[in-house]
Design a protein around this ligand. Structure first.
Ligand code: DGL
Length: 255
């Protein structure tokens, strides 16, 4: 098959990367996508960096063997652990990662107070620390590791009392602190956006990096002349290290 008509690989530690996949499909409806979620080894965000790096490289190597024309690491945690190595290994296709959308959040207003929700690994990673330093003079950024939050999405619990209790406990210390924006720095969290909004209140702007990631992939595919020339709706293939999660992936794609 012509390279430009191969699928794009989209990888996450579980079902969360579907929040990026749905933006990819919206922006590039003619493209084929091959999604793999590694729910069997999730969460990645509470593991050691080396382990996440190994899992990510291994999973993507398996995906690449099937023939792909690009890679989207739809996981902030895996991006911080492995994107540099992936870019060294796959030089003839675009390799796009995702990082917490700090830039649009600090543009909100002068000296905005921005709460960044992410996995414990992401908030401690060097990549994130330097990203925060870049914007340090312009806004107050408050990183908050959220162990246990992605598990709600993995279990398909996008609302309900248990989630509400968890979020209230997690966010309570920030409710009276004049937070202007919340950045969702984990690809599982956009599926909890409504519940997070309810707890934070309607005046708080909630942002994530999925649309920016989709635009970046399109730019990179176009620059390498790899956009498909087929004129039919693209297909999405789902694979999961826990195959029973595939129906949840399909459901989340339509959310
Ligand atoms: N979805 C992943 C991210 O964006 C992390 C979830 C996990 O801890 O595995 O960081």
């Amino acid at each position: 098959m012509e390279k430009r008509n191969l699928p794009v690989a989209v990888f996450d530690s579980g079902v969360g990367g579907v929040s990026v996949l749905r933006e990819l499909v919206k922006l590039m409806p003619l493209e084929d996508f091959f999604y793999f979620g590694d729910s069997l080894h999730a969460p990645y965000g509470t593991k050691k960096t080396e382990e996440v790096r190994e899992l990510t490289l291994e999973n993507i190597k398996r995906m690449a063997r099937r023939g792909i024309k690009g890679i989207v690491v739809a996981c902030n945690t895996a991006t911080s652990a492995a994107i540099t190595l992936l870019r060294e290994q796959y030089t003839d296709i675009p390799v796009v990662g995702i990082e917490p959308a700090l830039k649009p959040a600090v543009m909100e207003k002068e000296h905005a107070r921005v709460l960044v929700l992410a996995t414990p690994m992401t908030v401690h990673a060097g990549k994130f620390v330097s990203l925060m330093e870049r914007f340090a003079g312009r806004a107050t950024m408050i990183p908050l590791g959220c162990p246990g939050l992605m598990e709600f999405v993995e279990a398909g619990k996008l609302e309900g009392e248990e989630l509400e209790r968890y979020l209230k406990k997690l966010l309570y210390p920030y409710l009276s602190g004049g937070i202007d924006a919340v950045v969702l720095g984990c690809t599982h969290y956009p599926f909890l956006r409504n519940e997070i909004q309810k707890v934070m209140g309607p005046g708080v702007h909630i942002l994530d990096g999925s649309q920016g990631t989709a635009r970046e992939l399109r730019r990179r595919l176009a620059a390498m002349d790899l956009l498909t020339d087929r004129q039919r709706p693209g297909e999405v293939i789902f694979e999961e290290s826990i195959p029973e999660k595939i129906p949840l992936c399909r459901f989340l794609l339509g959310c």
